[in-house]
Ligand binder design. Sequence first.
Ligand code: SAM
Ligand code: MD0
Ligand code: SF4
Length: 343
Amino acid sequence: MIYKVIQKARGGQPLNKAEVLSLLNAKEGEEAEALYSAAREIRKERYGNKIFPYGFVYFSTWCRNNCNFCYYRRDNDIDRYRKDRSEIIDIATKLCESGVVLLDLTMGEDATYHREDFRAVFDMIKEIKQITGLPLMISPGVVSNDTIDKFAELGVEWYALYQETHNRELFSRLRIHQDYDERMNAKLYAKSKGMLIEEGIMTGIGETLSDIADSMLFMNKLGAKQLRVMSFVPQKGIPMEHLGTPERSLEYKVIAILRLMNPEALIPASLDVDGIKGLKSRLDAGANVITSIIPPMSGLAGVAQNCMDIDDGHRTVEGVSVILKEMGLVPGTLAEYREVIGK
Ligand code: SAM
Ligand code: MD0
Ligand code: SF4
């Protein structure tokens, strides 16, 4: 069945749940390889050999939420930081000079901004836009419609907010005391205001393959320009510390299926799961964006891998370019990226 399903998707036909499940069940070896190879072909048809590198600026690791999977959950007793304006500008400038085509400005739901006001973030956005001229993504957690209006008005291109799962019951066990609809509606509102949105899921968080198939079908209809999957990475001190991390083949299959079902989508290979050594397999599965590029020695952290490969310079445009070259791929330029996003 699986080869037929791949062919059907290659012909541009929508897949049903049974077909998505058959792809998720692709056996290691020939079947999975056929899936990855179809995903690469589709990427090549649409994007040639271009892969887009994104800079990651996690500017505050304070958070009022208590997500069970996250190192930065409120109750975890860890070192935290909130970078000030000048440090953030400096980091953004360095990332821009290094050749990234987008800056992802990310924060925990830091009450300083969330409960008080976002003025400092708005000012920072204005300044970063002016200095770097790069497209921006904001990943602030759930914010009010007024705040989203302001992001849109400032010309922030992207709003990233991941549901993690589209199983409501599982969501409520992961993102405890958070509202499924509120999170979903915030991204739909951002989209209605003309922002591009990114949706994402995690694997290894207690979901079934049926849940993942439901997410694939949902994400296909959502109208998100960027779609991601990340394997859960256990963190010290969190309730899910001892859960273990899932087989990576599942993440790779999800990347490939996302590509088959959404040929035009931007799909990340995140350096935040397995660092630089995990890049090739994610690109081999059909990803066309590299996320979580962080300048070394900048004092900035990742999310799932808060320090892996950062200070030794592997999570840089230079670092990923070595792998791209070995694979016959090249970093896409800002002009090419703007054409893709139409902004
Ligand atoms: N605080 C904002 C939010 O939750 O939307 C933005 C940043 S949040 C830290 C970014 C994403 O990282 C989460 O939505 C989740 O998908 C991913 N993430 C967090 N902890 C993770 C972990 N332990 N393993 C893998 N991915 C993780
Ligand atoms: C990444 N560590 O891209 C980042 C983060 C937030 N928008 C993205 C999960 O992998
Ligand atoms: Fe906070 Fe985001 Fe981590 Fe949840 S995933 S605890 S909202 S930083």
